[in-house]
Design a protein around this ligand. Structure first.
Ligand SMILES: Nc1ncnc2c1ncn2[C@@H]1O[C@H](CSCC[C@H]([NH3+])C(=O)O)[C@@H](O)[C@H]1O
Length: 348
């Protein structure tokens, strides 16, 4: 065994942390929901009694919470004073610019419960965890329509995830001369709004379900961009794309479906674009040799067990192979974006 392989060996503490990952997550989440990190951000060095009072918890539950979070190193205890760790300050305080708090809401209200059915989902090759979301349809997105709270949690999380990496969409020469871009599965309009603000010649159509388009329209109007961004309610797997377009963006979309569905969708994409038109794929990218990164490896079970039962966080080379198969003449990778994101551009 080489030295590098040795240092990659899992140690007992890491194994224990994984084994009690559900408990570690609930401790982390409790700190968000109870407002602990926000409070410690404003009041570093708080006392035990002060925290218990603000969180409205009895002493023993306060002790369980603070001991757990201290042992996890999410907060720090110095003498009898508690403060956020620097990573908690950056990622768990709700108004920090790159806070994970909203993404953790998605973990709490959507992923956590559905993953109880993970093993059965693997065995059946299906999203068995969807049974925990009432309603019709075999995809999570259809069921969220029945639950405005969870639909909002989901959209807020996606918007927050996009916002942490989408600045990289702002320096693409390929987008400079685009006149009409379709943001397929554009969600609440976060990416469309950012793109329009940055590329003055661009118009955007947000192509999503009617209920999500309603959320997008509200954001677009708030930003005063209704003249340049419209919504195109429908199903991009079967309904036509708008005409006169020259780019289609898939942001956090091609992870949802099976390779077969993605290839069929990319064929429709190719047909909808003019010669010279581009497709832009933006999401977390798995390593080509299926050994990580940890973010994609931990993201895939959600697609298998909950969202659709046939998606995952694919590798760069998967997307490249599909683009080639459907006829895109060239592809370009932009690697190294925040949160293991990448951008892949295919040109017709
Ligand atoms: N078949 C479909 N047709 C239209 N929209 C869809 C379809 N399947 C999933 N979606 C939408 O795809 C989005 C996935 S979440 C990604 C949102 C956004 N692009 C972002 O990156 O922040 C959700 O808003 C779903 O409603």
């Amino acid at each position: 065994m080489t030295k590098t392989e040795c240092s990659n060996e899992l140690d007992l503490d890491s194994l224990l942390l994984i084994a009690a990952g559900h408990t570690a997550f609930q401790l982390l989440w409790a700190g968000i929901e109870l407002g602990l990190y926000d409070y410690l951000s404003q009041n570093p060095g708080s006392s035990f009694d002060g925290i218990a009072k603000v969180l409205e918890l009895q002493p023993q539950p306060t002790r369980v919470l603070l001991t757990g979070l201290t042992a996890l190193r999410i907060i720090k205890k110095q003498g009898n004073q508690y403060s956020n760790s620097s990573i908690a300050e950056q990622k768990l305080v709700s108004d920090s610019s790159d806070s994970f708090a909203l993404v953790m809401g998605w973990q709490r209200y959507i992923v956590y419960e559905g993953l109880l059915d993970f093993v059965e989902s693997l065995r059946k090759n299906d999203n068995v965890g969807l049974r925990r979301f009432p309603g019709q349809g075999d995809r999570l997105y259809q069921r969220l329509v029945n639950d405005p709270f969870k639909e909002r949690v989901f959209q807020d999380a996606m918007s927050s995830l996009s916002s942490q990496a989408n600045v990289s969409l702002l320096n693409l020469v390929e987008l400079e001369n685009i006149h009409h871009l379709v943001d397929a599965g554009g969600g609440d309009g976060t990416n469309g709004i950012l793109l329009c603000k940055n590329y003055p010649n661009m118009r955007v159509s947000v192509f999503d379900s009617e209920s999500v388009c309603q959320i997008a329209r509200q954001h677009i109007e708030e930003q005063g961009l209704a003249a340049r961004i419209n919504t195109w309610p429908g199903n991009f797997l079967s309904d036509p794309f708008p005409t006169g377009i020259d780019a289609i963006l898939y942001s956090h979309i091609l992870t949802i479906w099976s390779p077969e569905t993605n290839i069929a969708l990319l064929k429709r994409t190719y047909a909808a674009l003019p010669e010279g038109g581009i497709v832009v794929i933006f999401n977390m990218m798995g390593n080509d040799n299926d050994d990580g990164p940890i973010s994609t490896a931990l993201g895939s079970p959600y697609f298998q067990a909950i969202a659709t039962g046939d998606g995952m966080l694919y590798s760069w080379s998967d997307y490249e192979a599909w683009l080639k198969e459907v006829g895109f003449s060239s592809t370009k990778r932009l690697e190294g974006l925040p949160l293991d994101h990448g951008i892949l551009i295919g040109k017709k």
